[in-house]
Design a protein around this ligand. Structure first.
Ligand code: ZN
Length: 168
């Protein structure tokens, strides 16, 4: 029997730390938490993360740098939108004052969409729906802590079941 490696339709659990190369700042880490679990080849992860992990064995650690193209892409102007301030009146009456840099969540037909308040005008609020990591180069250190072939059902659903996966 050949040893299983990370490939499409495997379920991988990893510990990881993501840092910003310019500052070394840790922007995300699974340290002290459960490992991150995902089904490979079903767009659960940013593309570069999966590409860099393909072929890794259980216990293997990999370090790699992703340019924005293979991470969260570049910020798009069309994801910056203006809304009438009146739409936020509910927040304001509950005592929340809207400030630049604040993260809020809009309810859309596609589900909740987080955004950053980019500007607060007299009549409008400018909302930036770009991913907070858009335009950034990211470094990752990743260790494979569990690895198995996905079940037919998992492949069918497009996500992992069991520990760290979708429970249903
Ligand atoms: Zn499922």
């Amino acid at each position: 029997m050949t040893e299983i490696t990370v490939q499409n339709n495997t379920v991988v659990r990893v510990h990881y730390t993501g840092t910003l190369p310019e500052t070394g700042e840790v922007f995300d880490s699974s340290e002290g938490k459960d490992p991150l679990t995902f089904l490979v080849g079903h767009k659960q992860m940013i593309s570069g993360f999966e590409e860099e992990m393909i072929g890794a064995k259980l216990g293997e650690r990999r370090e790699f740098t992703l340019e924005p193209e293979r991470a969260y892409g570049h910020p798009l102007d069309e994801l910056i939108m203006e809304f009438p301030k009146a739409e936020f009146s509910q927040l304001e009456t509950s005592g929340v004052s809207i400030e630049v840099g604040m993260q809020l969540v809009a309810q859309t037909f596609q589900g909740p969409a987080p955004f950053i308040v980019q500007a607060v005008g007299e009549e409008t609020i400018t909302a930036d729906f770009n991913h907070a990591m858009a335009g950034k180069t990211l470094c990752f250190s990743v260790e494979v802590v569990e690895l198995r072939a996905a079940s037919d059902e998992e492949v069918d659903h497009g996500h992992a079941h069991g520990p760290g996966g979708v429970q249903h």
